[in-house]
Design a protein around this ligand. Sequence first.
Ligand SMILES: Nc1ncnc2c1ncn2[C@@H]1O[C@H](COP(=O)(O)OP(=O)(O)O)[C@@H](O)[C@H]1O
Ligand SMILES: [Mg+2]
Length: 202
Amino acid sequence: MREHDKYFSADQDPYRNPQTHTLKNIPDLQTASQLKAFEEVIFQANFQEATDNITSRKLIDLSGWMAVHHICFSEVYEWAGQLRTIRIAKGNTVFSYPENIEQEANKLFKKLNELLHSNQLTSALAAEYFAEINILHPFREGNGRTQRILFTEVYRRIGYWVNYDLTDQEEMIKAMIAGYNGDYDPVKGLFERITKPIKSFD
Ligand SMILES: Nc1ncnc2c1ncn2[C@@H]1O[C@H](COP(=O)(O)OP(=O)(O)O)[C@@H](O)[C@H]1O
Ligand SMILES: [Mg+2]
């Protein structure tokens, strides 16, 4: 069973082209591999603008995430920057139901911003928030890449650079699954390894 099949067969997922089963996309690419390659080019081209957008904001929150997603993917998907309308799951992880995303996001980001503003956000705690915020999965696609942009900025604000090249998809997914099950040690270990205090570069 593929990840999206838990709630929707490919035919029922309104985000997919019913003939090709590929996500509907602006250039109307017909295969998953063409779409993946196009997504990657567009994402890279807009990455800096998205980073600058989140960096310029007072709060790191759902609106900022939506803006980042829109900047990264508006040339790929009509719904870029908009919250998803269907339920999604990956493996055994069931992400937030669409009707709850806003409320759950506001709760998490409110606490995150309070910790940031009172200088109480440690790097280990930020890693726990990463795992919690992953469960929101507010968009139909592109959650991982855009969440990483947000957390580069979270870590910068507490004095760390993040280098995601020091991890890989397998380690990240394992850490996200452990976090979903209430074990934050893997995500804390992951971020401990891929972050470095900014002042150590002085
Ligand atoms: N089984 C899972 N449980 C929890 N999180 C997962 C699982 N599998 C993948 N993820 C997370 O979801 C992200 C992928 O979500 P997706 O919306 O496809 O983003 P992107 O398209 O940017 O990779 C991964 O980076 C990982 O963090
Ligand atoms: Mg994806």
